[in-house]
Design a protein around this ligand. Structure first.
Ligand SMILES: NC(=O)c1ccc[n+]([C@@H]2O[C@H](COP(=O)([O-])OP(=O)(O)OC[C@H]3O[C@@H](n4cnc5c(N)ncnc54)[C@H](OP(=O)(O)O)[C@@H]3O)[C@@H](O)[C@H]2O)c1
Length: 352
């Protein structure tokens, strides 16, 4: 299942690159980026060239622009914007990659990337070639793997439990819900618009959806989860996390995946209800998806199987054209994206 936006995009023989022009101060602005045309790279010995098909958008990218987010080498002004993409190998001097292979990895915001396939590039061959290439950035990419390891390895859901998910209509959250349903749980999603909440219950199998901007969020959660929350998968942090803590059950697990509500302000919200963790003998744990790289093959194989069986719906929000990358990034912070935010850069070539 995929949502497509009918914008314009044109194939290119140049290498268009989005570069960092200024570090964001507040919301990201067009002037924080510059679009330049460069030459298409040639592979040296041990290298291969990837032609980008889709690029992924993630909230962490804003932080990459500032200090690398503690994950990446801090960017210099003029660097190609960091980001993952999926693409076709179009030239190769690397024994492990052939022309026509479809890979996802750290391609950067550009039409063509060159790689040596070193482990730190986190380059993976797409194995589910029967499914759309875009899935390698969403449900079958780092986004889906975050949902998989966060929910299953950290959250450890049990059949019959009640799971609450914040940011439920976003990239990660839109995968957590269906996975929790497969695990036999009752699943409630928090999302910001009526359209998103309808998407959760009508298309993603959520049992209930709640507006996290409700004047009394605690009461709104209680209304749909009168027996409390056994597992909270949190993408948002701040007051939403505080409200959820009020309703956790004994031995609950709180999975701290992200805290997008705090990213732009830089403000660190002080929790009032942290004491509920102790009172309820609960556990709160964060995780970093790349620490689970050895789990990705299992996650990919199982989730691809569930997609083929029709048990794992997924939603992509696709804009057309690399020129729309900055606007696509802004959509995450403005709450405009429904499901995984992607930009389609090019159609696949027939390299057979
Ligand atoms: N731990 C890890 O290894 C890991 C890996 C991947 C992602 N993450 C984190 O997981 C979270 C989700 O990532 P994603 O890529 O799937 O992004 P995403 O959920 O698609 O992010 C965009 C959504 O966040 C919500 N949002 C934006 N500003 C908000 C605010 N101030 N308060 C509440 N909600 C807000 C909006 O939905 P509404 O309309 O519903 O507000 C928006 O549509 C992020 O925090 C990300 O950093 C962590």
């Amino acid at each position: 299942m995929a949502d497509r936006d009918g914008g314009s995009f044109a194939p290119t023989r140049h290498n268009r690159q989005w570069r960092l022009a200024a570090r964001p101060d507040g919301p990201v602005k067009d002037s924080d980026f510059s679009l330049v045309e460069s030459v298409v790279p040639e592979p040296r010995a041990g290298e291969f060239v990837i032609r980008t098909l889709y690029l992924s958008l993630a909230p962490v990218m804003r932080q990459y622009m500032i200090d690398g987010a503690g994950i990446e080498r801090p960017m210099s002004i003029g660097d190609v914007m960091y980001g993952r993409g999926v693409g076709q190998v179009v030239a190769s001097n690397h024994p492990g990659y052939r022309v026509g292979d479809v890979v996802h990895g750290k391609l950067g915001w550009q039409d063509y990337a060159v790689s040596d396939g070193a482990p730190d590039k986190l380059m993976f061959k797409v194995r589910a070639t029967d499914l759309p290439a875009s899935t390698a950035l969403g449900v079958l990419g780092i986004t889906g793997f975050s949902a998989y390891v966060g929910l299953l390895d950290i959250g450890r859901p049990k059949t019959g439990e009640t799971v609450l998910v914040s940011g439920a209509a976003g990239g990660v959250g839109s995968v957590v819900g269906p996975l929790a349903k497969i695990a036999g749980c009752r699943v409630i999603g928090l999302a910001g618009t009526p359209e998103k909440r309808a998407m959760l219950t009508e298309r993603l199998g959520y049992d209930a959806a709640v507006d996290y901007r409700s004047p009394d969020l605690g009461r709104a959660i209680e209304a749909v989860a009168p027996a409390g929350i056994d597992l909270f998968f949190d993408n948002v942090g701040g007051p939403v996390l505080d409200a959820a803590l009020e309703h956790i059950n004994r031995y609950a697990r709180v999975v701290s995946c992200g805290r997008i509500s705090q990213y732009v302000s830089g403000h660190s919200y002080r929790l009032a209800n942290w004491w509920r963790i102790g009172r309820q003998r609960a556990k709160m744990q964060g995780f970093f998806v790349y620490d689970f790289v050895d789990r990705f093959p299992e996650a990919e194989e199982r989730m691809a199987g569930w997609i083929r069986e029709g048990r794992l719906p997924y939603i992509e929000d696709v804009l057309d054209g690399i020129e729309r990358m900055p606007a696509a990034l802004r959509r995450l912070f403005e709450g405009q994206n429904m499901g995984k935010q992607l930009v389609r850069v090019a159609e696949p070539l027939d390299l057979g």
